[in-house]
Design a protein around this ligand. Structure first.
Ligand SMILES: [Zn+2]
Ligand SMILES: [Zn+2]
Length: 249
C-alpha cells in the first residue's frame, strides 16, 4: 500500500497545510480518505486526478473533512470524462442523511457510471482489501470514525479527528502505520482532539510500528515540539506530516 498526504492541516486556511485529505493506493485502486478543501488540486499536482479515484471514505462531516465533497461530485459529472468504473462513497452512521440534505441539493449524483453511497459497518471486504472502522470520540453532534486498511499482511490506520479513545487503540493494534490526529501540544489541548503527548501514548499502547502526526493546527515556530512531546511516549519511527508527503507499508 502506498499513499500521499494531500492535506495535513485543519479548518484554518493555510498556504502550508491544506484541509484534511489522504490518498491511499492499494490493489490497483485509489481511495481518498476525507475530502477537505484543496483536495482536487492536490490530486492534480501529483498527477493522480479526481477522475481516477475509486471512492472516498469520510471520517466525519465537519466542514474541514467534507469541504470539497460537492465539488468532487460536480467534477465527476463534467462532460467528456472517460470513466466507467464505479465510485463508492462511504461515511459514518448518519452520513446518508447528511448526503441527502446537504450535498444532493447542490449537486446531482453522477449518472455516467455506477455510484454508491453507504454507511460503513465495522468490517467490510473489498476483494482482498479489508477495511475495519471504529467509532471514536470527537463531536457530540455526529459520529466520527477511524479507518483501518489491511492488505497483503500490511495495515494503515487513519484516525480522523479523535480524542484519546481506547477504541482507536484497539483498531490500530499492531498496525504498520498510524496517521493520527495531533492537533496541538498538550499544554494547548483542545477537547475532541489528541495532543502530541496523547497521540504518542496511544500509539505506544497500540504498539504501532510507525506514526505520522497530522491534522496540525498552526503553532507559531513550535511545530517540531510536537515530535519531542510525542517521543516522550512513543519510541518508534515518527514524522510530522507535510502536504504531498508520500507513505508506504
Ligand atoms: Zn478536522
Ligand atoms: Zn472534526
Amino acid at each position: 500500500m502506498i499513499g500521499t498526504i494531500l492535506g495535513s492541516g485543519t479548518g484554518i486556511p493555510s498556504l502550508q497545510r491544506h484541509a484534511p485529505a489522504y490518498l491511499l493506493e492499494v490493489a490497483a485502486k485509489r481511495w481518498l480518505i476525507d475530502c477537505g478543501s484543496g483536495s482536487l488540486l492536490q490530486l492534480e499536482r501529483i498527477g493522480k486526478p479526481f477522475s481516477t479515484l475509486d471512492g472516498l471514505w469520510i471520517t466525519h462531516t465537519h466542514a474541514d473533512h467534507v469541504g470539497e465533497l460537492s465539488a468532487l461530485l460536480h467534477a465527476l459529472r463534467m462532460p467528456g470524462l472517460q470513466r466507467q468504473k464505479p465510485f463508492h462513497l462511504f461515511g459514518p452512521a448518519g452520513f446518508i442523511a447528511f448526503f441527502r440534505q446537504i450535498v444532493v441539493p447542490v449537486v446531482a449524483v453522477p449518472e455516467a457510471f455506477p455510484f454508491f453511497v453507504s454507511e460503513v459497518t465495522e468490517r467490510q471486504s473489498l476483494g482482498e482489501l479489508l477495511v475495519q472502522s471504529s467509532v471514536v470520540s470527537h463531536s457530540e453532534r455526529f459520529e466520527s470514525r477511524s479507518y483501518r486498511f489491511d492488505y497483503a499482511g500490511k495495515s494503515i490506520v487513519f484516525s480522523g479527528d479523535c480524542d484519546y479513545d481506547p477504541r482507536l487503540r484497539q483498531l490500530a493494534a499492531g498496525a504498520d502505520l498510524l496517521i493520527i490526529d495531533c492537533s496541538t501540544l498538550h499544554a494547548g489541548k483542545v477537547k475532541g482532539h489528541l495532543s502530541a503527548r496523547e497521540a504518542g501514548k496511544l500509539a505506544a499502547e497500540a504498539e504501532v510500528k510507525r506514526l505520522i502526526l497530522s491534522h496540525l493546527y498552526p503553532i507559531d515556530g513550535r511545530e517540531d515540539e510536537r515530535i519531542e512531546e510525542c517521543q516522550s511516549q512513543f519510541s518508534g519511527p515518527l514524522a510530522l506530516a507535510t502536504d504531498l508527503m508520500e507513505f508506504a507499508v
